[in-house]
Design a binder for this molecule. Sequence first.
Ligand code: GDP
Length: 534
Amino acid sequence: MLDTVPNRPDLPPEIARRRTFAIISHPDAGKTTLTEKFLLYGGAIQMAGQVRAKGEARRTRSDYMQMEKDRGISVSASAMSFDFNDFRFNLVDTPGHSDFSEDTYRTLTAVDAAVMVIDGAKGVESQTQKLFEVCRLRDLPILTFCNKMDRESRDTFEIIDEIQEMLAIDVTPASWPIGVGRDFIGCYDMLRNRLELMDRADRNKVAESIKIDGLDDPKLADHVPANLIEKLREDVEMARELLPDLNPQSVLEGHMTPIWFGSAINSFGVKELMDGIGTYGPEPQPQSAEPRQISPEESKVSGFVFKVQANMDPKHRDRVAFVRMASGHFKRGMKLTHVRSKKPMTVSAPVLFLASDRELAEEAWAGDIIGIPNHGQLRIGDTLTEGESLRVTGIPSFAPELLQNCRAGDPMKAKHLEKALMQFAEEGAAKVFKPTMGAGFIVGVVGQLQFEVLGSRIELEYGLPVRFEPSQFTSARWVHGPKEAVEKFTNANKQHIALDNDGDTVYLTRLQWDIDRVERDYPEIKLSATKEMM
Ligand code: GDP
């Protein structure tokens, strides 16, 4: 049986009721549709569909770019908060396209769990698998939603087997589908012995729940066609024999995922999933930091920046730093310490992301995501505290895999271009390298599509047409070592040296051979493909 008591009664209730999570999926599996239904049941909006509609009208939502509309991809992450039953959900949206893996990685540092959405006809797809691996690096608990069950889908055992094998995680069915494709009528709730029946006529109607007394209850025949009852009984019996029982501890440790079957577009199975996130998803977790870990229940407030987004509102050149609260009870107007600069910062206009609009946040608890408008002081990886010198760890920056020279269409606009590029670099949307010899900039990204996004954003937001051209370099490595050794090395390799957007020294090359040579010839120098953001 489900119990609605928070997993951790020792936490302050406001923290214990928070669930901060992201959705991971392959494009087209139904993430957007599911998000809309979450918001609908969260009471955040009146009607599903408004997430998109409003975004288009106001251009302040994550889907505001023309390119996103054209390509149907969501480029930038945003956060949404809503209440459901006793819980406060914070849903952090992850960019869907594989080219944005670094951004996605950082987004996942801000959540305590992930909902994995798969298409019932397609099973585990490539992008699902990649994102799952990222979650696994942090042992994030995963809850699975198998979507589009109203369509012809694969055999239930086959889907479960595929997840177990491809992702090496135990799968336990929280519900069991009844009928396939056009004959799909709903699910048997394995945790509560209930029938959940789907209403095909009204897509926004919540499924009807019918309490039954196990699968031998004669009431079953009133709702389920005879040919489906037999199959259901057999399947459930076999599932109970072959598949592991739900073990909440194992779910929290990331070793087991409960799976719900449903149809997001028909609002079916969504509430059960939400119940599951509340019941089995973790409350806000401790945050690794130097020199000590931060616990959510600490009375002092702390948080860290995991994302910076510029120009959310094209009319104002503002930047919003997305901050995951790591501890305490934040109140608007609080003075916090920006640990990197050791400067105080009064947070007077923090923003909460309530469904499709931004709203001023009066308070926030550990687990919440708030936006802090600023003029560039806040960077990804920054920690805010009430004075203690803590630095949240584990938010890496990856060496870009693709490098291109970037030029302004109008050579007189080079300074403007620098400003624009630096702003995107702060967002973490690209790395910008300024070679020590020669003019111009080299821009590094993880995936090709990012160049196009950058190009169209620079044009849209700065009115500055730009060109990307092939660079002679293909790899970038951060240079570490004792000061003198670094100087000697950079002086001898000037044509390969650049400064990144934080002013750190980088070695650019096109050959792995060069990297090996440096490590052989300069034993004191270390070249690394990642650096911690700070
Ligand atoms: P995303 O790319 O993961 O965000 O996927 P979307 O939510 O945009 O959904 C992709 C397509 O699948 C859209 O055309 C949706 O209308 C459709 N879709 C989503 N959920 C369901 C479902 O439960 N059943 C069916 N048949 N189609 C669905």
